[in-house]
Design a protein around this ligand. Sequence first.
Ligand code: HEM
Length: 387
Amino acid sequence: MQTLSQSPTDPLFVQNPYPFYARARAAGPLIWWSEYKMACATTHAAVNTILRDRRFGREAPEELRPAIPDHLAPFYAVEAHSMLELEPPRHSRLRSLVLRAFTSRRIAGLKEGIGVLCHDLIDAFPEGAFDLLDAYARPLPVTIIARLLGVPEDMGPELLRWSNAMVGMYMAGRTRADEDAAVAATEAFVEFMRGYIAARRSDPRDDLITSLIAAEEDGERLSTEELITTCILLLNAGHEATVHSLGNGVKACLEQGVRGGDDTLVEEILRYDPPLHLFTRYVYEEVELFGHRFRRGDEVGLMLGSVGRDAAVNDTPEVFDPSRAAATHLSFGAGPHFCVGAPLARMEMAIALQVLFQRCPALQLVGQPRYADIYHFHGLERLMVRC
Ligand code: HEM
């Protein structure tokens, strides 16, 4: 396995990580990424194989669970119930309860409201140059998740602040101040959700929180702590990635003179410039794959951001081509942790793009958009446009 060096906070890499990914794929299906001190899967075949292999998982093996510093305890107390951080049997139980409440009927029920919200946001666009992330891409996903959960929509800005602060825990180069902000946000979020869930228990409504309260599997309900974490996870996981998919997508469309919003365009955006670039897995037992022997406790990186540019699965992968028949990517993951929100995210993106380009046919970039230093996320600092 070849060793490659690339700082994830290097400004050139932040602006354009794809040349490094091309070098990585050319070096083989697995590389040793020296800054992360771990083997990383670079190609569609390697990432896909590991995502689906039960000998790899997100939960740290028992003997390797790191001691949690006191000041981070409230954050990890919530994470301890997150399906995203668990493996069977708890993962299967939590995921199936959520899937039971997160029905296609409930998602389809959001469709009309998404369109209306897009029009309302566009009606409020300011004159002259403005940031499309703030005016459109940010308010949309958080409002829709608030609606889905049944949380008051005017809580949107507060939910966003909490979510942003918590997500800071996953970024390369986080500081003690980031950690303190994440913990404060976690505590405020938990307190709010605890009160809200208590209110829903005595006053059921037609929303996801009420369905989750009622969801039973083998007679076993979600505990209050699990419910709180699940709601926080849906908000956090559902928000940031959707904002950046929309931002990256509109940027690509405006740069290439593309207008539209069909499902093919959405898939091409997710392939060409996805919002989440690197996830990790622990190795649970010794296994040899792609010429490398993994040992229990090793961590392996999965370069989701590299997969869509793999020429083995997409012709001319460096070209943004909205007419591409079958854009192949793993931007929603694969296997047991495949994104629960993928159908909602796809629907939101399609409607948001359709309405935007239909209402603002002359939409144009103002200046060159810059990506924010937030790896493993890949999204813009702002997207200045004019209608
Ligand atoms: C374009 C937007 C989105 C992208 C690119 C995205 C991507 C992903 C990825 C890559 C994973 C798997 C992580 C792994 O395997 O380690 C994931 C998991 C997850 N996503 Fe999304 N996501 C998006 C939107 C959403 C939305 C809107 C929601 C909910 C409302 C959501 C909820 C979740 C949850 C709950 C999981 C954990 C599933 C599990 O562990 O079984 N996501 N997402």
